[in-house]
Design a protein around this ligand. Structure first.
Ligand SMILES: *Cc1c(COP(=O)(O)O)cnc(C)c1O
Length: 223
């Protein structure tokens, strides 16, 4: 199936209120354009440089979320492109984003990435430290915390990811209780193989790459 059909099928299957984020790492501007024409209005990129090139062509017709690991020296550029940074996982990076946002005279919208399976090699804050990080983010004047995201572990069957999504949902609910659900809006979880579980566990953003664009080639890995 082609990109437009994939997008339309996914959009049809999503319950109202759940947003589709097209994960576009390694995809060309033409491919992304086709997805946008079929109804995608939110795209997620993992690398600032790669996103910058695409942003020149695509611009603000869509909303841009950063979903990769953000390095300090890329924060300024990231803030010029992205509407939301979904992957804040330390006070260190939160402070850097705050500092840059302040000098640009803007408020940066951020989400906390949860390392829901507590995997040492993965990014994200440990679940038990999420509330403290949220508290610290709230004391930074040029940051606005609007949600949480998680990747979860690599699983052999989709159902196995449920406990990690469920845990992330609990943290989302606690944050909503503390800061209000007008402030804490987004729960981003679920990818091509797991988005249905994500939605069942309360996600309102699902991040889909392969399910829209097909398998990523070797070429894509180099980007
Ligand atoms: C690549 C990526 C996705 C999408 O993964 P697929 O399995 O291709 O749907 C979602 N989230 C993040 C953070 C990614 O890097």
């Amino acid at each position: 199936m082609g990109i437009s059909e994939n997008v339309m099928n996914i959009l049809k299957s999503l319950p109202p209120g759940v947003r589709l984020l097209a994960a576009t790492k390694s995809r060309s501007v033409d491919e992304i354009q086709e997805a946008i024409d079929a109804g995608v209005d939110l795209i997620g990129e993992n690398y600032v440089q790669e996103a910058a090139k695409k942003f020149e062509k695509i611009g603000r017709r869509v909303e841009w979320h950063f979903i990769g690991h953000l390095q300090k020296n890329k924060v300024k550029k990231a803030l010029q492109i992205f509407d939301v940074i979904e992957t804040v996982d330390s006070l260190d990076i939160a402070r850097e984003i705050n500092k840059r946002a302040e000098s640009m005279g803007k408020i940066a919208f951020v989400m906390i990435e949860i390392n829901s399976a507590r995997e040492p090699q993965k990014f994200g804050v440990m679940p038990e430290n999420a509330l403290d990080l949220a508290d610290e983010i709230f004391s930074l004047e040029n940051l606005q915390l609007i949600g949480v995201m998680t990747m979860g572990p690599t699983v052999s069957k989709p159902e196995d990811i449920r406990p990690y999504f469920s845990l992330t949902r609990k943290i989302f609910d606690e944050l909503r209780y503390i800061y209000g659900d007008e402030q804490i809006r987004y729960l981003s979880m679920g990818m091509t193989d797991t988005w249905r579980i994500g939605v069942q566990e309360g996600a309102n953003i699902v991040r889909i790459g392969t399910g829209i664009f097909g398998p990523r080639g070797e070429q894509g890995k180099l980007l």
